[in-house]
Design a protein around this ligand. Structure first.
Ligand SMILES: NC(=O)c1ccc[n+]([C@@H]2O[C@H](COP(=O)([O-])OP(=O)(O)OC[C@H]3O[C@@H](n4cnc5c(N)ncnc54)[C@H](OP(=O)(O)O)[C@@H]3O)[C@@H](O)[C@H]2O)c1
Length: 267
């Protein structure tokens, strides 16, 4: 029956206490290192706002969200992020949390997390160019020259789209990152890039944290596009964590067969 509900929390479940190396969370969140694997991680309020009053996502995050977020980053080869989010959130080089360095090494990952910025215009925020290593830049035809000037040819991933050469082909981008050995991709938004990644069919899992707050207002949703996703993407709940402050942390599997029409498809 389609409308059956499972009460997940409270339930038999089990507690994942905060421990120095986060062994329990690492076991829950780690995936096989075979082909490319793309997971997206977003946070929203109960009513679906993807930014808090300061126009950023950080103010929606809770201790539980930061705990899972740190493990997701520590298990990624590369963090893929839209240039708008880089600008809004002030991205810099991505350190691995010290308590997760051993877990990262045990997973066979490079000690450094790569950062890949997606931009049509090739506009790489200057703050990202002051560190020891510039980010990778994923772009299309229009942004290639400007991005090359900023980061150099070695750090450039130019993947012109078929219909619109100025927009990067995100499937080709994931393949190009994998060819560099960057198979485990963590997409950290923003909402427009996530919509494009979903439309391109490259997202395997969506980690969506719901912070225990209502905001109303006109903040973007975690996935935002003018056209919407057609057809809607169905998902299966892979796990749901409940934190003591009532943060809910869901992992949605976008590859598992759902055996029903997606909610919202009108069928
Ligand atoms: N709740 C959360 O978890 C979360 C996560 C991330 C961000 N945010 C918030 O979301 C807001 C930003 O939203 P946004 O949707 O504008 O972010 P975004 O998708 O990161 O930024 C849009 C910009 O990124 C580039 N971009 C996005 N998709 C692209 C594509 N398919 N191809 C090429 N370039 C692409 C373009 O950059 P160019 O202009 O350089 O071409 C575009 O202008 C911020 O307030 C941020 O704090 C929230």
């Amino acid at each position: 029956m389609d409308a059956d509900l499972d009460l997940l929390v409270p339930g038999p479940g089990r507690r994942l206490p905060e421990r120095p190396g986060e062994a329990d969370l690492v076991a829950l969140l780690q995936r096989e290192r075979t082909g490319p694997h793309v997971r997206a991680n977003m946070v929203a309020s109960i009513d679906g706002a993807a930014t808090g009053g300061d126009g950023r996502s950080g103010s929606l995050g809770t201790a539980a969200d930061r705990r899972v977020f740190a493990v997701l980053r520590a298990l990624a080869d590369v963090v893929l992020v839209g240039a708008g989010t880089v600008r809004a959130e002030g991205y810099r080089e991505l350190p691995v949390a010290p308590h997760l360095r051993d877990a990262r090494a045990a997973a066979g990952l490079d000690p450094r997390i790569e950062l890949a910025v997606v931009t049509r215009r090739g506009d790489v925020p200057a703050d990202l160019l002051t560190g020891a290593r510039p980010p990778l830049v994923v772009t299309g035809a229009a942004g290639a020259d400007r991005a090359r000037d900023a980061v150099g040819p070695e750090r450039l991933v130019v993947v012109p789209g078929t219909d619109d050469p100025d927009s990067p082909d995100l499937g080709a981008a994931v393949a190009a990152l994998a060819a560099r050995g960057l198979r485990h991709v963590l997409a950290e938004g923003g909402p427009h890039l996530l919509a494009d990644l979903l439309a391109a069919g490259v997202v395997d899992e969506l980690f969506l944290t719901t912070g225990p707050v209502l905001l109303a207002g006109d903040a973007p949703r975690p996935v935002t596009s003018a056209a919407g996703l057609a057809p809607p993407r169905a998902a299966r709940l892979r796990h749901l964590l409940h934190a003591s402050d009532d943060t809910l942390l869901a992992c949605w599997d976008l590859r598992a067969p759902v055996g029903r029409a997606p909610v919202g498809s009108g069928t």
